[in-house]
Design a protein around this ligand. Structure first.
Ligand SMILES: [Zn+2]
Length: 281
């Protein structure tokens, strides 16, 4: 069986606040995520696909209607920080713990959701993050890049000692469902002027679609089974040309379904399957 996970990070206002780029126009870019979510929900319903939305607590508080819609459509809602704080930018384990708890409480309060999975804002874990996730009942993480098509049990941390040697922590009880920037819409399609650099983005959808299809085809042609995770943001993929990109990606993957067993799956379902395979009880 091959699992295709379509994942949507419903960041909305939060990354602009985390990056201190809060002019009116940037905040309106965050607001557009609401339009994007509704388009995505329609497309997923038309294709009868289940997906996972990673939602910062701040987004849940500002867009409770949209988060309720995501839930009502049968999709998974998972944890994505409180206000899109990359863990590496926080002041240590206590602050990381406080942010994880705040994110959980916001999802619970606004939509009665208890998240079981986590994706770090900006994919930037620290040596503490996975332990804190275990403490708070998470069963999977989706922030690391140590494999591609095969979920795995990650060490609790990798760190570099004073001699430059890499030290691996003991195995975590989480399932890691790996990701990669090459399968993320943000660097390919978004244009952002940061204080010290410009993210150019704005690639042709045809070029990116070819890369994303090739990644899928490598999996079905070379692996006996596997999981491919695509990462989207409603404020990015929700525009006209990128919605057509998403639709073409789905159609192409579906065209392989006659030959291969393919399931568009929620991350939680993949995590539960691999928990068993990895012997995590
Ligand atoms: Zn994000």
């Amino acid at each position: 069986m091959y699992h295709v996970c379509l994942t949507f990070d419903f960041d909305a206002y939060s990354p602009w606040i985390a990056r201190r780029l809060t002019n009116y126009t940037n905040l309106s870019r965050g607001e557009f995520a609401s339009i994007g979510v509704k388009r995505i929900l329609r497309l997923l319903r038309d294709h009868n696909i289940e997906a996972t939305f990673f939602v910062p607590g701040h987004t849940a508080e500002h867009f409770p209607e949209e988060v309720g819609l995501i839930k009502d459509h049968g999709h998974e809602v998972a944890h994505h920080g409180y206000i899109h704080e990359p863990p590496e930018t926080l002041g240590g384990p206590e602050e990381e713990r406080r942010v994880i708890v705040k994110g959980i409480e916001a999802l619970k309060k606004t939509a009665n959701i208890v998240p079981k999975g986590y994706r770090s804002p900006s994919w930037a874990l620290t040596k503490y993050t996975l332990s804190i996730l275990e403490e708070h009942g998470m069963i999977y993480d989706s922030s690391l890049m140590g494999n591609d098509y095969t979920p795995y049990r990650p060490p609790l941390y990798l760190e570099v000692d004073s001699e430059g040697r890499v030290v691996r922590g003991p195995l975590s009880r989480l399932v890691e469902i790996p990701v990669h920037w090459s399968l993320d819409d943000y660097p390919h399609f978004e244009y952002v002027r940061f204080q010290s650099y410009v993210l150019h983005g704005l690639y042709s959808v045809s070029d990116v679609l070819e890369n994303w299809i090739l990644s899928f085809e490598y999996m079905v042609n070379n692996m006996d089974e596997g999981v491919i995770v695509y990462t989207f943001h409603p404020e990015v993929v929700g525009r006209g040309h990128t919605m057509i990109f998403l639709e073409r990606l789905i159609s192409h993957i579906k065209s392989h379904a006659k030959k291969y067993r393919i399931s568009f799956s929620k991350m939680i379902d993949v995590a539960n399957k691999y928990r068993e395979k990895l012997g995590i009880v």
